[in-house]
Design a protein around this ligand. Sequence first.
Ligand code: ATP
Ligand code: MG
Length: 177
Amino acid sequence: MKNYSNKLYNQKIANLEQLDNYTKNLVDNIKLGDILLLMGPLGAGKTTFVKYLAKNLGIKDIIISPTFTIARNYKMPSGNSNDKYFIHIDAYRLGLFNNYSNNKKDYQKSIYDSLELLDIPSNYKNSIIVIEWGEIVKEYLTNFLADNNIIYVNINRTRGSQADETRTITINKRLAE
Ligand SMILES: Nc1ncnc2c1ncn2[C@@H]1O[C@H](COP(=O)(O)OP(=O)(O)OP(=O)(O)O)[C@@H](O)[C@H]1O
Ligand SMILES: [Mg+2]
């Protein structure tokens, strides 16, 4: 992966202070129009990552997990009159349809329909969008948004003792075509 320093590309995060530093560094390496797809198992630390990212983007609002609302928008501080948004999406519930249908086509359609309501194509250019359970929406995004940067963020708890809170964050970028 070309665009990130090793410090961001693959990093062990031992505690929240290190997560704060990591996301501070990441803020300097993302821009409006970027979409971050967060991937990692239940409780990996996706929402916590979003909270620190938002803090380091200068957002003062309290970030609430959008599991039930699917998406929440926050205004980012902007130097000029143009509004900039931070959009936090949790795709978890979109993926639940899978439990009711084994038909892959129906499943994809339900995800596409839900995402269409969020109207990402007309909103992403003046936003930074972060999506928990990014793997669920990956196909939709890569089909419909060929001209943006999608950044894949993998978060995993490092194998260790129960008390060990260490996470490993890996970032990959799909460059705009
Ligand atoms: N880097 C970290 N260091 C220490 N604790 C962390 C870290 N990241 C997350 N945690 C803790 O792990 C727990 C789960 O985190 P979080 O809710 O962010 O996970 P999640 O991946 O969003 O979960 P879900 O799959 O339910 O959406 C929280 O108690 C949080 O404080
Ligand atoms: Mg979460």
